[in-house]
Each structure stands twice: as structure tokens, then as C-alpha cells.
Design a protein around this ligand. Structure first.
Ligand code: OSB
Ligand code: MG
Length: 368
């Protein structure tokens, strides 16, 4: 197979509610969509980076240039045997995995469409539906947070993840645990703490959390291993795991007991599968992280999360929690038991609403 044309677009999509983490607030997404053409077909990808370089070093404007001037040209006209080889076309680029992954994922969609099968099947997915949780951003008050949790539990979600940061941690989680003594509860610090906070973080053991996500630096595993020695609660790494080699190293020094896989962060489906397989062979649970994706990225996440190692509820949830109207039809919906059934159509399995995308497009560029 060979890609002979790549279309980039940037769309602007306001969130239904602002999303606040330890590193900032997002009210409106600026998302790059990638459409690849080749072998008489096409495939869609979505770049999962945030707007600015705060979750990791990537951001919308930087990703646009990276795709236009490097990853796009490196991909065009190159013969590959299967989507498994797509990542290698851009692997001389250091970092910038979310940008690289948007092309890689689009090539997987193209191949699944060409074979007339769902992407989850091409990837080797086994689960008929994926277990879903929600990630709830920092709220103005504990009362507002409690109300949000109630709404999500009523919708059927299997797990609640709270964003925490210094000053909004122990006391806030205590209030939530008191109100909801039996729910699956997790917290995500997005690297807001240091080893100097070990005493505070060990006190979170009181709340029987399923896991604490990325408490320490985004590029660290050494200090996480030290922290894990003091914690009963399993550490789950997000930012620190960029590929299967990072997973191997982190697990070998016991820096975590659980891994969050994000398709973009690990450079695409091929690497995500490697991490899933590596962890499954060692009985390390993984789950699918989210990056406030629009429908195309969300559909890729669903396909990935059908792999058998994705045993914990992830962050992939219903479109309506993010958008008044998604860019795919039907929108992603969640069953009353807190699951998303795998789609049945070819490729990502949802219809891409090109008219809506056109209406949201701020800029478009064709690479040939
Ligand atoms: O760390 O998981 C994270 C959103 C943006 C950047 C980082 C993260 C998140 C989320 C939201 O937690 C997950 C989602 O609902 O898509
Ligand atoms: Mg996280």
C-alpha cells in the first residue's frame, strides 16, 4: 500500500463545559484531522494533542507544522506492506508522537476499510463492548463535584476519575469518598507533585482508590518507583509511558502497577498493541486514556480498547459529555451498564460527518 495524498484540517469545537486539570483549563478544542488517500481508498485520523504544550510538549500549531513539513512528506509515496509499518516512515522524527500517530491511525483506518472489516477486528480486538469510566475536571466547589459524580453514576459509568492538584487533593477526595463509599474511584495529578509530597500522597491510601495516575514528573519513572514503595494504592503511569520500552523499564523497577495507554502518546496503534500485549503477558492491567477527542479520535480509542488487555474502565465516554454535536454519526453512546459496544461498520465504524467538519474548518492544507 502507498499513500499519495494527505489532507490536513484544523477544526474548532467548543466543549460543552470547561475541563480543568492541574496544568490548565480547556474551553474550546482546536483539533487537527488527517485524511489519507491511497490504493483507491481513504482513512481518517485525529491528532490528540492539546492546544498548548502543557500535558506534553505537543500542541495544535506545532503539530500542524510537523505534519505538513515532516511526517506528511515522509509518508507520501512510500510503499509499505501493512499499516504495521506506517510508524517506521516517520520514526526519524524525535518525540511528536501524537502528530505522527494521527497519520499512522488514518492508515490503519484506510486498510480496514479496504478489507471491508471493522478496525477493531484488524487490530485483533476481542471484547464485544468496552468498560467506561469518566474523567471529571477540577470543579469550583466540592458540592459541584459531588453533583457531577452523581450525574455520571446515574448514567451508568463504572468508574469515576477525579483530577487533583496541590490544595485540591486529600480533603476533596475525603468528601467524595464519604458521599460515595463503594464506587470505583481514581485520581489523576498530571505530574503536579514531587517526592517531597510523599506523606500527603500516602494518606490517600485511606480512600481505597483503584489507582493514582501520574503523581510525579512527566518524564520520570525513578521517583515513581520510590513513591510506589510507600503507597498501597497502585500507581498508574500516563505521561511517562511513550512506548513498550518505557513500559518494560517502568514495570521492571516497579514504578507502577497499571498503565494508561493513549493512542497518540505512544505514536499509534502498532505501539499501543505492543504495550497491551507486553502488559497482558505479565497480568498488568491497562486501560484507554482520553484526550478530549472528537469523534474520529474517540472511534480509534474504542477500536483499540477492544484488545483483551484493556480490562479496566477507561476515560472514553459518550460524545454528548463533550460536544453539542459530534463530527461522527451516530455519536458515541454509552449503555446503561457503562459500556460502549464495538461498532459493526468498516474502518473506525462510525460515519464521518464531512459537512459538519467543513463548517468547523479553520484551515485546510493538501500535501501531495
Ligand atoms: O491526563 O488523562 C489525562 C484530558 C486532557 C489531557 C490529559 C488528560 C485528560 C483527561 C480527560 O483526563 C480524558 C477524557 O475525558 O478524554
Ligand atoms: Mg492522565
Amino acid at each position: 500500500m502507498k499513500i499519495d495524498r494527505i489532507e490536513l484540517r484544523e477544526i474548532r469545537l467548543p466543549l460543552v463545559a470547561p475541563f480543568e486539570t492541574s496544568f490548565g483549563v480547556t474551553t474550546e478544542r482546536r483539533i487537527i484531522l488527517v485524511k489519507v488517500f491511497g490504493d483507491g481508498g481513504f482513512g481518517w485520523g485525529e491528532c490528540t494533542c492539546n492546544e498548548g504544550p502543557f500535558y506534553n510538549h505537543e500542541g495544535t500549531d506545532m503539530a500542524w507544522l510537523l505534519l505538513r513539513d515532516y511526517a506528511g512528506p515522509y509518508t507520501l509515496g512510500r510503499e509499505i506492506g501493512s499499516p504495521e509499518e506506517a510508524g517506521a516512515l516517520t520514526s526519524r522524527i524525535r518525540g511528536n508522537r501524537m502528530a505522527r500517530a494521527s497519520i499512522e491511525a488514518a492508515i490503519w483506518d484506510l486498510e480496514a476499510r479496504r478489507q471491508g472489516i471493522p478496525l477493531w477486528k484488524l487490530l485483533g480486538g476481542a471484547q464485544e463492548e468496552i468498560p467506561c469510566g469518566v474523567s471529571i475536571g477540577l470543579q469550583e466547589t466540592d458540592a459541584l463535584l459531588l453533583r457531577k459524580i452523581e450525574t455520571e453514576l446515574a448514567a451508568g459509568y463504572q468508574r469515576i476519575k477525579l483530577k487533583i492538584k496541590p490544595g485540591r487533593d486529600y480533603e476533596m477526595v475525603k468528601v467524595v469518598r464519604k458521599e460515595f463509599p463503594d464506587i470505583n474511584l481514581t485520581v489523576d495529578a498530571n505530574s503536579a507533585y514531587t517526592l517531597g509530597d510523599t506523606e500527603l500522597l500516602t494518606r490517600l491510601d485511606e480512600f481505597a482508590l483503584m489507582l493514582i495516575e501520574q503523581p510525579l514528573a512527566c518524564d520520570d519513572i525513578i521517583d515513581h518507583a520510590e513513591l510506589q514503595r510507600h503507597l498501597d494504592t497502585p500507581i498508574c503511569l500516563d505521561e511517562s509511558i511513550l512506548g513498550v520500552e518505557d513500559a518494560r523499564k517502568a514495570l521492571s523497577i516497579r514504578a507502577c502497577r497499571i498503565i494508561n495507554i493513549k493512542l497518540g502518546r505512544v505514536s499509534g496503534h502498532a505501539e499501543a498493541r505492543k504495550i497491551e500485549a507486553y502488559c497482558r503477558e505479565r497480568d498488568v492491567p491497562v486501560w484507554c486514556g482520553g484526550m478530549l477527542e472528537a469523534g474520529i479520535g474517540r472511534a480509534h480509542n474504542i477500536a483499540m480498547a477492544t484488545l483483551p488487555g484493556f480490562v479496566l474502565p477507561g476515560d472514553v465516554s459518550a460524545s454528548k459529555r463533550y460536544w453539542t454535536e459530534d463530527i461522527i454519526t451516530p455519536p458515541v453512546e454509552v449503555t446503561a451498564r457503562g459500556t460502549i459496544p464495538r461498532p459493526t461498520g468498516p474502518g473506525i465504524g462510525y460515519e464521518v460527518n464531512e459537512a459538519r467538519i467543513d463548517a468547523l474548518t479553520l484551515r485546510r492544507e493538501v500535501i501531495v
